[in-house]
Design a protein around this ligand. Structure first.
Ligand code: SF4
Length: 1529
């Protein structure tokens, strides 16, 4: 069936089928070429090729020296084809000469589209390639095949070129015939080539490769034996004699290949009678004829080197080297009266080698005149190259006699409607007695815009660096090669080159010198209206070379000149930017890294001129990029450092914004060349910032892209030249530093870096390998005892791993040689040698394998060759049968375990026992199934009757860890001293939570580090304790400084009104803790099983009342603070360095409220001030609702108890709960009431099951009245009846508000509480600048925003100006965005199942047009997202919520109350973005038309029947929209 529509598609399909590797050269990675979409379709379908099972398609941008990528695969014996536009050919000439000697095929779509320039073909005609041309769609398909067949058979490079517009109106054709391809492509030659790689001596040395032919002393026509064997001219070798002892006709060029030792087809069989010589033109012609005759037999289509179309008795002909389409129809339809009625058309099918004899044969004898039309736009010589070829063939030698007259024309663009007119013009000239040569036909005007642009364009993502330059240098910034700049007569691609930029910068420097002279003259002239300008100009002229002074003076001078009004003043003002000492920059891409040797980069550095270069590298990290030997991309930073005179910095804006700023400022200040190489990796130009961020992190973390700054003059000032700003450096850089002895200097000066420098990436990997070798040795020794049992586990949350380890210990106790190892760490090839194997796997996401079992499964599932017939095995799977509510998803239950069981059996493994299924829904969770499975295993292994087994130590529980910790000390202090790992002991990880810090690891880097054999990138999260979220400006500044110095340069304002820092590595943990305490803040009890930060509504409008309530929050917080002294011992060592004993019994602590085991679980208290429920008072263990007295001041509180959010997906025993009303208490009793509620929970909470340990379960288990009664018993009085109150919303009020004292308060929108600088929004810097001048308070809100509180009218203008400067005054966001909130989740939270904080803003952006369309832009709809059901952003109280289920999949909840009073309910399970958008768009549309006056979205979703209202926590799982079934589907 005809299905192929374009020649690009036809060619792409043939190229894919006929190659090992296809290099798809594209205008941009995200912009398709004629071919790329089709290649992408084939490779994503993993369509099989003819040459190789799965061809590889590599995408390459057109401006990064793309043909360089061909050498490595060609030399490793892979058949390469290239699809490209003609625009890359000229810059690639140096490569083309070498590539011509390889069997490469380059398919070239001539550009510009619609009117291509054939000079790009004629310019490279002598580079040694064979050139084939096609004109129609069908010819495109056939010539593509011919090109590949010829390349494989002859070993020569072939360029197939065509004008894609010429065939755009052709009818659809059928896809290529695979049988024809198989027949025509010479499989033997292809295999020979593939089996013998040549290695890669050097890219820049010509290894003298020449494709050769092996012949039997007779003509190749008879032999037809082509071999892809090559000969080397570089290495002389004995000549091979012909049959009769004659030397071959190839003479001295015949060499035995020393480069290539592969056997040739014929030499293997007839070594004595063959000779080898380079492939020549005649061979190509013969070979091609063979190919074309095969095609002809199969299809009936015939091809020749030159093709003639027209009458046999034509008297004239057109030889067209250009787009033929316009003329063909005209000539074929010519009327007898037309001047061109007896005319034919000749075209070159085989353009090179040019076979003159074929041309002569193709032209009918009757032709007397030939018009040669050449579509060549860049003409460099008088006579066109094709005209010269034809003249040489027809008008020289014996054929010259009686040869037709040849007249050359330049072919411009011909509108189809004017084709006949153009033809008439051509023939009038041709038939005239003395025709004019080189007559132009058409005009060189480009009529149509190209479909695919190969132009230079700055990708949006890269604008980040430009914005920073703008921010840092403002008016002073001058970019010499800015893309948008217009340079008369200079093309954009030339203007973007470093050479051009450098030249224009030098001119600019000269220009300014002249300008200084002009100013000096003006300062002495009397042409100004007043004498004021003269004085300022003199001042300026005196300091013209001093950047600091001159930039200070410039605005003043400009101001004076502007008011003068004289012609001289106006003249000077025309160049006013020259009054500033500019910061001059050249901007480049990594394309500059490929031709460094002779490019402008070298010029700039070598010149020593004071020029700054910003070079943006966009190549993402990958194994291939890291090796990179094949592309020889230069390390510009290293090159510049080696030069010695340049300032060099390596930066990455998505890794460290601060370092980018520092580097740019230092580069500007450095007097000499500066090179800032900046990283911004992307796979496609429209990659999301999240992808760019993740790629950056990988590259920086692995040392592929180290962050550093190098200033060669620093040493003179006694400072180190080199500063390393990331953790790891790569080998080349390390070598450079070592060689220059800078490494040792640096290590001396900065001992804290020494471990990172000496223990670089390479050595770290070696360490891991050594460790593995030792483990293997230990295992080998262990195997000397008992029968073997190998236990492989795949585990995400530790359950499967713990089970495996315990099974291993129990096996050992039974005398087995057990080995326990994660599946991914196990070498799969050893599996057939195992006697007994146990596989234990938990279930992740949508029935997927846990992280550490994925590679194992991927390998085993596709491996059909593993023979496990001598292996006995058993499988135990862990999962949750209720995890997937939809019936059709039930198959995911324990899927990894079941898949393993089936696969091992398929590979021949013998089941020891049936698979065991552990189900979280069973009474004892997965243990229920396990307890039944394990004895059967021992029985099957014949070790069930072993007696006197040692007693197993009980598993260590959190309760035991607390008891044994000596009041939260554990071995934290010792762990901090251990620099061999970034982690701390597992039990200490539980204890540090009480100190306000968690150990985490960067999950963006987890897989990559694991693949490298490195431990996870451990770092700590630190959470402060901040009563009611109120901080002084000085504290804000301290927090800002701590985040930059010790964390990841960002601060998180949390949903519980405090500061959180992420990415603090172990070695910086103590310093960060001390910094926080220096700011008179603490972290104690910010996490852990204690009462945490006490929250309080922000309330900017009533400051006195707020102060009353805030004081109570502080009182409760202080009252419930743990008393352990361990915190101070561990983190706050005496300043004089005096050691304090940190462990042992020397210090005896006492916890009057908590006791040694503290609380069963975390405990949270919050206060809300009606009508604002901005702290979600129903969501916490204790909620206090402030009650205002008649005097407007605080009177007391209504007390709620038993709220809580944490849930486990689909475990109905867990649920969120809103607090139950206990009653009213006066203000002075509030802290005691909180204490007593906490004590009842302390003594009655569940300490066995942490999932059931929160107060909400204790209250539900005991009953509200019983629990309340116990509290009242401890209090000695009863709660009063609750006082009336009314909440109106649980979101913040943004913008400026005024309080009763006339003070001003402004609530900023801080999206999801992340305070950071980006190129678009330097929020952190702005807030820092405000903190420097602010005299009031910073109030953190429970919705993760920030209120600048207490701004006096006198300061308002200053504050507003700063807000404007840093874009902080913008609160004009959609109501949905303003009411949204997300937890941290990836990359730091260990519990995250899906993205949250990094994703919610993107999701909202995608919904905003729909809000707009439905008139809902201003409507507040509370939308929350969390990465897991732990619920940190309190999703269960939102009107619409998304809770992570697996990466990219969320459960959706609807129906929460607008002011946080009602829980929502599950609406859809495990939905992806596409589904979310579809559902949300539908809901929003309906809500906009169906809502009643004032009806909130959450209420409407209940009324409209999408979900049932959740009346209390216990009914959260009832009546969900998707009915769960108990049975397995
Ligand atoms: S809700 Fe879950 S994913 Fe989000 S921060 Fe809390 S624990 Fe992490």
């Amino acid at each position: 069936m005809a299905s192929v529509a374009t020649v690009g598609e036809a060619v792409a399909r043939v190229a894919y089928a006929s190659s090992d590797v296809i290099l798809s050269i594209q205008p941009a990675l995200g912009a398709d070429s004629e071919f790329s979409k089709h290649l992408h379709t084939l490779s994503s379908k993993r369509a099989p090729g003819i040459i190789v099972k799965e061809p590889e398609v590599q995408l390459i941008r057109h401006n990064v020296d793309p043909l360089l990528s061909a050498f490595q695969p060609l030399r490793s014996g892979r058949l390469v084809s290239v699809t490209t536009s003609s625009s890359v050919l000229l810059p690639s000439i140096p490569h083309l000469y070498k590539l011509a000697q390889y069997p490469i095929v380059i398919h070239v779509a001539l550009h510009p589209y619609g009117y291509p320039d054939y000079s790009e073909i004629t310019a490279i005609r002598q580079c040694g390639f064979v050139f084939l041309q096609s004109e129609t769609l069908l010819e495109g398909q056939d010539m593509a095949l011919s090109a590949h067949a010829l390349a494989i058979k002859s070993g020569k490079g072939v360029i197939h070129f065509f004008d894609p517009a010429n065939s755009e109106k052709d009818n659809l054709i059928s896809a290529e015939d695979p049988e024809l391809l198989k027949n025509v492509l010479d499989a033997n030659s292809a295999r020979n080539y593939q089996s013998t790689p040549t290695g890669s001596p050097s890219l820049y040395v010509d290894e003298g490769r020449l494709p050769t032919i092996i012949e039997n002393g007779i003509s190749p026509t008879e032999v037809g034996q082509f071999s892809p064997a090559v000969a080397s001219e570089a290495t002389a070798a004995p000549q091979i004699k012909g049959k009769n002892g004659d030397e071959s006709s190839a003479g001295s060029s015949i060499r035995e290949s020393s480069v290539d030792s592969r056997p040739s087809i014929s030499s293997a069989s007839s070594i004595n009678s063959t000779s080898m010589r380079p492939v020549n033109s005649e061979d190509i012609q013969v070979c091609l004829s063979g190919i074309w005759s095969q095609i002809s037999i199969a299809t009936g289509r015939t091809y020749q080197a030159f093709e003639y179309t027209g009458p046999d008795d034509a008297d004239s002909a057109l030889f067209i080297f250009g787009s033929t389409g316009v003329f063909v129809d005209e000539i074929l339809d010519a009327q007898p009266s037309d001047e061109y009625a007896k005319c034919g058309i000749i075209t070159a099918r085989l353009y090179r080698p040019w076979i003159g004899a074929s041309l002569i044969a193709s032209v009918p004898q009757s032709v007397r005149r030939i018009a040669v039309l050449e579509q060549i736009r860049k003409k460099t010589v008088k006579w066109g190259p094709v005209l010269m070829d034809i003249l040489t063939s027809l008008r020289t030698g014996p054929s010259a006699l009686g040869a037709p007259m040849i007249v050359g024309y330049q072919l411009g663009y011909i509108e189809p409607s004017t084709a006949s007119q153009a033809l008439r013009g051509i023939f009038q000239n041709l038939n005239s007695p003395s025709p004019i040569q080189n007559l132009e036909v058409g005009n060189h005007h480009q009529p149509r815009r190209p479909l695919t642009e190969y132009t230079l364009e700055q990708p949006k993502t890269e604008s980040a660096y430009m914005k920073i330059l703008d921010q840092v240098f403002g008016e002073r910034l001058y970019i010499a090669n800015r893309l948008s700049a217009t340079n008369a007569g200079i093309s954009a691609s030339i203007a973007a080159k470093p050479e051009f930029g450098f030249g224009s910068l030098l001119a600019r420097i000269e220009h300014r010198k002249r300008f200084i002279g002009e100013v000096q003259e003006a300062a002495a002239s009397r042409e100004f209206v007043t004498d004021v300008p003269q004085k300022w100009l003199s001042k300026w002229a005196l300091s013209a070379e001093d950047p600091k002074k001159v930039n200070g003076l410039a605005p003043e001078v400009i101001a004076r000149l502007s008011t003068d009004g004289s012609p001289l003043a106006s003249q000077l003002l025309q160049s006013k930017s020259l009054f500033f000492e500019e910061s001059q920059w050249l901007i480049g891409s990594d394309a500059w890294a490929y031709d460094l040797g002779n490019s402008g980069v070298h010029h700039v550095i070598a010149s020593g001129a004071n020029v700054n270069m910003l070079i943006i590298d966009s190549q993402p990290w990958s194994e291939r990029a890291a090796a990179d030997a094949t592309r020889r991309k230069k390390d510009i930073g290293l090159y510049a450092m080696n030069f010695g005179n340049a300032y060099v910095a390596s930066v990455a804006v998505y890794s460290s914004y601060t370092q980018v700023l520092e580097a740019m400022i230092e580069a500007d200040q450095f007097n000499g060349p500066s090179v800032v190489v900046a990283y911004l990796p992307y796979h496609e130009e429209n990659d999301s910032p999240l992808t760019v961020l993740q790629e950056t992190k990988k590259a920086v973390d692995l040392g592929y892209w180290p962050l550093y700054r190098w200033s060669p003059n620093n040493e003179e000032n006694g400072e180190a030249n080199f500063s390393l700003d990331s953790e790891r450096i790569k080998k080349e850089l390390e070598n450079f530093l070592k060689r220059d002895n800078h490494l040792s200097q640096l290590m001396r000066r900065r001992p804290d870096f020494s471990a990172n420098l000496s223990g670089s990436y390479g050595t770290e990997v070696r360490e891991v390998q050594k460790r593995r070798a030792k483990d293997a040795y230990d295992r080998m020794l262990e195997r000397l005892y008992g029968a073997p049992l190998t236990i492989l586990f795949a585990s995400d949350n530790g359950n499967a791993e713990n089970l495996a380890k315990r099974l291993g210990n129990r096996g050992k106790a039974r005398g087995l040689k057990t080995m326990v190892i994660a599946m991914d760490d196990y070498p799969l090839e050893d599996l057939p040698g195992e006697e007994n194997v146990v596989l234990i796997s938990s279930t992740a996401g949508q029935g997927e394998f846990p992280q550490n079992g994925r590679a194992f499964w991927d390998a085993i599932k596709d491996n059909a060759e593993l023979d496990l017939s001598t292996t006995k095995y058993a499988v135990f799977a862990l999962g949750d049968s209720h995890y997937w509510p939809r019936k059709e998803d039930k198959r995911f239950y324990n899927k990894p375990g079941k898949d393993l069981d089936a696969r091992v059996a398929f590979l021949g493994g013998k089941r020891l026992i049936d698979i065991g299924l552990g189900d979280d829904q069973d009474p004892d969770s997965y243990q229920t199934g396990y307890n039944e499975w394990e004895p059967r295993l021992w029985e099957a292994l014949n070790v069930d009757k072993v007696e006197s087994l040692p007693e197993e130590p009980p598993p260590i529980t959190n309760e035991e860890i607390k008891i044994q910790s000596n009041f939260l000390r554990g071995t934290i202090a010792e762990g901090l001293e251990d620099l061999s790992t970034g982690a701390i002991a597992a039990s200490d990880q539980q204890l540090t939570k009480f100190h306000g810090t968690y150990m985490q690891d960067d999950r963006d880097l987890r897989d990559e580090r694991k693949a490298q054999g490195l431990e996870p990138a451990y770092a700590f999260m630190i959470r402060c304790r901040l009563n009611g979220g109120v901080a002084a400006p000085s504290q804000w500044l301290q927090m800002d400084a701590i985040s930059s110095a010790y964390g990841n340069e960002t601060m998180k304002l949390t949903t519980r009104q405090t500061f959180q820092f992420h990415g603090v590595v172990k070695t910086k943990l103590k310093s960060a803790m001390r910094g926080i305490n220096k700011a008179l803040m603490t972290t104690i009890a910010a996490c852990g099983d204690v009462n945490r930060n006490v929250m309080c509504s922000t309330l900017p409008t009533q400051s006195a009342y707020h102060r009353d309530v805030h004081q109570v929050s502080a009182k409760i917080s202080d009252h419930l603070l743990p008393s352990t002294t361990a915190y101070h011992e561990i983190w706050l060592k005496d300043d004089d360095g005096k050691q304090i004993k940190v462990a042992g019994d020397a210090i005896v602590d006492h916890e009057p409220l908590y006791g040694p085991t503290y609380l069963p679980r975390k405990f949270k208290i919050t206060i809300a001030i009606p009508p604002h429920n901005d702290t979600d008072v129903y969501a916490h263990d204790i909620g206090l609702i402030a009650i205002k007295g008649k005097n407007g001041r605080l009177e007391g509180f209504n007390i709620l108890a038993g709220g809580g959010m944490g849930v486990t997906h689909n475990n109905k025993k867990t649920y969120p709960r809103t607090g139950s009303m206990f009653g009213y208490v006066p203000t002075d009793k509030a802290h005691l009431v909180c204490e007593k509620i906490m004590l009842v929970q302390r003594d009655n909470g569940d300490r066995k099951n942490r999932k059931h340990a929160r107060l909400k379960y204790t209250i539900d288990d005991m009953g509200v009245d019983v629990f309340k009664g116990k509290v009242e018993e401890l209090l000695g009085y009863k709660f009063e009846e609750p006082r009336p109150f009314e909440f109106q919303s649980n979101v913040d009020t943004f913008g400026w508000q005024r309080d009763e004292f006339g003070m001003n308060h402004h609530t900023f929108f801080i999206e999801n509480g992340r305070v950071e600088d980006t190129a678009d929004f330097p929020m952190k810097t702005g807030l820092r600048e405000i903190a420097k001048v602010h005299k009031g308070e910073f109030r953190l809100t429970g919705n993760q925003h920030l209120c600048l509180s207490g701004v006096h009218d006198n300061d308002l203008e200053t504050i507003k100006a700063l807000m404007k400067q840093y874009k902080l005054d913008n609160v004009q966001f959609s109501g949905l965005r303003l009411s949204s909130s997300a937890c941290v989740a990836f990359p730091t939270c260990g519990l995250a199942m899906a993205e949250s904080e990094r994703y919610l803003p993107e999701l909202i952006t995608k919904l905003e047009s729909c809000l707009e369309d439905n008139g809902l832009r201003q409507d507040s709809i509370v939308m929350r997202m969390t990465g897991c059901p732990n619920g940190c952003a309190r999703p269960w109280l939102a009107e619409v919520a998304f809770v992570g289920k697996a990466y990219g999949a969320y459960n959706m909840y609807l129906g929460g109350g607008y002011h946080g009073q009602r829980l929502n309910k599950l609406y859809r399970s495990s939905i992806t973005e596409e589904e979310i958008l579809e559902i949300m768009r539908g809901l929003l549309r309906r809500y906009s038309v169906e809502r009643e006056m004032g009806e909130r979205f959450g209420d409407w979703t209940v009324r409209a029947g999408f979900v049932k209202a959740t009346t209390e926590g216990k009914t959260f799982h009832d009546g969900v929209a998707e009915v769960e079934s108990d049975g397995e589907a």
